[in-house]
Design a protein around this ligand. Sequence first.
Ligand code: HEC
Ligand code: HEC
Ligand code: HEC
Ligand code: HEC
Ligand code: HEC
Length: 291
Amino acid sequence: MAQVFDRSSNALARASLVLSGLIVIALGVALNSLQRSPWVTRQGQRPDQPVPFSHKHHVEGLGLQCQYCHTSVEKSSYAGIPPTKTCMNCHSQIWTNANLLEPVRQSWATGASLQWIKVHDLPDFVYFNHEIHVNKGIGCASCHGRVDEMPLMYMQNSLQMEWCLNCHRNPAVNLRPTAEIYNMAWTGPSSDKPVWCSATGAVGPTAQQVACVETDPAASNPEMAQMSQPAELSKSAALDKAQTVADVSPAVVMPANYVKFTSQDELGHYLMKQYHIRTANELSSCEVCHR
Ligand code: HEC
Ligand code: HEC
Ligand code: HEC
Ligand code: HEC
Ligand code: HEC
């Protein structure tokens, strides 16, 4: 049989196969990093809003709580953006002539809502719910960053699937007492800065509430000293006891049953139990977020 291709063309074919393979990989890498780039995710961008509203001024400066404006964050899937009326509670009296606030006055006069541009916007095929996160001890700052320090709002995290899964696979590192949800500066306990935590007995919509104090409650209240855990009790026994107390009758206000924590790891695992957090596998299964 006549040889149609000689040896050199064989090598050429092989080389071009390898080359096109490399090009495909390079394209994949490029597309992938493009998909994760802030340009696509809009991470860190500050869109032009109708009014340059500053969280820094209103939260850090004036001491307003998040719930004052985002009223539904604990009880619905949406946090909610405040209506013009909320702004006018103050701005009918303060800064009444400021040009910056002209769109607010217009909106109030005409009844047409301010058209805020969404900073965070998940695709419609993803299910997300504020209520469960907030009631299971994930603070606003864990997902939105230091909002109290933002003159203009921007998205701190990508909100990509990988980011959600990263926490769902190991929520313990982010769990905090429900009483600290709005605390922008909260940090986990350490051996220099231990905390004493207790199930408060109050039950939120989805979880056993937990509050912590930064001084030893036994030292400041001798009566409580008798009820609280003896220091030498092993950690797991302490956890089991706290769990049982919480389980028996969560609706009744229990005598404070404090457990001491010196690391986020210990606190996180205690809270996993208190909040009845599902396993990493259950929380990363596709149906959780794609229904
Ligand atoms: C005085 C009212 C007010 C208070 C208090 C307030 N916010 Fe806001 N927030 C707004 C308004 C108005 C917007 C829409 C404009 C913007 O994005 O800056 C907004 C937007 C946001 C957004 C982005 C929404 C989007 O478009 O994706 C987040 C996140 C947010 N606030 C979190 C917080 C947190 C956390 C706190 C408490 C630390 C807080 N806010 C306190 C009024 C408020
Ligand atoms: C509790 C009262 C209060 C509420 C509610 C409030 N503001 Fe303000 N706002 C102030 C005060 C006080 C200042 C002046 C702050 C300063 O200069 O430190 C201010 C300043 C501003 C400014 C000027 C720029 C700046 O941040 O200093 C804008 C714009 C503004 N507010 C928009 C809004 C909007 C929009 C809302 C509703 C979502 C709102 N405010 C709700 C009290 C309020
Ligand atoms: C587990 C992460 C997480 C936590 C915790 C969280 N958020 Fe959000 N937040 C999101 C995501 C994701 C979106 C975008 C939702 C969408 O596009 O459907 C969002 C959107 C928002 C919005 C705009 C849209 C809306 O829901 O009305 C506001 C305002 C907001 N968050 C405020 C808060 C406040 C205040 C807290 C704390 C009480 C908080 N968030 C806690 C992840 C979180
Ligand atoms: C910082 C940690 C953290 C991040 C980030 C986070 N989650 Fe969660 N998520 C949790 C915890 C904790 C729970 C409660 C688990 C439980 O109750 O077993 C939860 C529960 C859920 C649930 C279950 C709700 C239900 O009713 O069963 C959904 C859906 C969900 N998250 C979606 C998301 C999506 C989508 C994102 C990303 C945009 C996200 N989460 C980011 C910690 C996080
Ligand atoms: C904790 C919530 C969560 C879980 C669990 C989850 N996803 Fe997603 N998924 C998301 C979010 C958020 C997005 C949107 C990402 C974006 O906007 O870029 C997404 C996007 C996607 C997309 C669209 C393509 C893309 O990457 O943007 C596919 C396909 C997908 N998910 C498949 C899956 C499969 C398969 C599973 C189960 C193995 C799964 N997801 C589990 C949150 C989740």
